[in-house]
Design a binder for this molecule. Sequence first.
Ligand code: ZN
Length: 496
Amino acid sequence: MSYIALRGRSVLFGSVLAGLLAAACGGAEAPVEAPSDVTEEELVSFHGVSARDIDTTLPEVDTIGYDVALVYRGEEARTVSGREIRTPVFTAEVTVSYVATQPLTSLTVDFKNPHLGRVAQGSRTLAFSQLDADHVKVELGRTVRAGTGLKLTFGYEVLSREIDERESEDGGLVVTPSLVYSASWPRKGRWWLPLRDSPRDGAMFAAKVTFPAEYTVVSNGVAKGTKDEASGAKTWSFELLSPTPTYGFFVGASKEWVRADARAASGVPMPSWVDKAHVSKRQAVLGDTPKALDFLEGTYGKFPFSQAGFVEAPTTWGGGGMEHATVVAIDPRTFGGDTEEAQSTAIHELCHHYSGDGVRIATWADFWMSEGFTEYLTLRSVEAVYGKARSDAAWAETIRNAKAQASLHALRPKNDAIDVREIFDGVAYVKGAWVLRVIENKVGRAAFDAFLKAWFAKHLYRAVTSDMLKTALEASFGKTWDTLFESAVYGTALPE
Ligand SMILES: [Zn+2]
């Protein structure tokens, strides 16, 4: 996301997949024959893609993928807290594939929705209870062994206006007269989806989204076609088969979007959906994004997702953008505002596909590993696309802002479980970028570019910590980074 205040499973029974899963779980390297009596829970894939890189350090489960079916019903009357209201209503059925990381008799999901009607495992209905406002505990009715798969289906409604009334901030599924969009960062995804929403627990995402035919629907991943429903509505299908943080799950629909298509030199598709009021600004804001992607791929390696799309949709923090993998959002206020600001926002969200989306953060305390890396990549891309004079000016402002804000808190606070909103200021962005520039200056640009390229490749679709970065720097450059990390990363000092 951009910090605006600164600048403005399907189950498969094939033996090959069994082997892949065994390898992913740290078992045999060579494919093994699946026993003929294997139960479905022993094999996990999602839309034909095997679960890989199972993170056994996650509590209870590692989530593999979310299959979301969402139907927009329009406004209906509902009784909420004893009061009848009219509200946009969505019907959701979400099937989630997990791998157990420990023996399980129950599973707790992050879900802040009082309308959960049914939880099932296949045809078996499971008991569940609301642990607190934010969590639902599902009783599995048996013990699931560590390393085996589990697939649960959740059926519920989302009442958009009820979210408005219960919460102090916008989010979940937001409905305006012409636009519907999801807002999930940082933990608002649980307002509309039953998640395991640690940034560490990335997952694949597939959606079937049904809207009245006058809407255009956009979601993460590759569009898999549309289907006309008997009701006159239309169902749009999408698949994102690379894991990404749950805060980047996105569904949007508008009656006003106009689509255009572009491509990077490598062929990565770069579609954009812009409000018809801003079509005349599309070329100015997004026209250079293919050049930015050419620079990123040439310097830091192949783009890690199937598409680099842009959609004009609001953020809930008053401008900027949000890095939903494959379909980043640019807020209309930013898209229609200062052109350089909008260009930098578009490039920033594009860069997040390397840091934040492709390589995830393990904890919210490592937020700078997403935003500081992304801001560093942004300024490098700005230099490549718009020239050194513009990037020098941007670096001067970045360093000035970092000096002004550094004392607010450590770049990487000690508390792993910190609420990211407590550190959602400029520090992660500007001081984070500056720390990386200092490292670049110490080791040289070519060496640092090679280091980052190897870093992104090694940790792609996995989660990283600040300590892992320090260890990797020591391994590559053979000198101690204690002073820089103790003072400027784990402390409030300026980098030097
Ligand atoms: Zn960002």
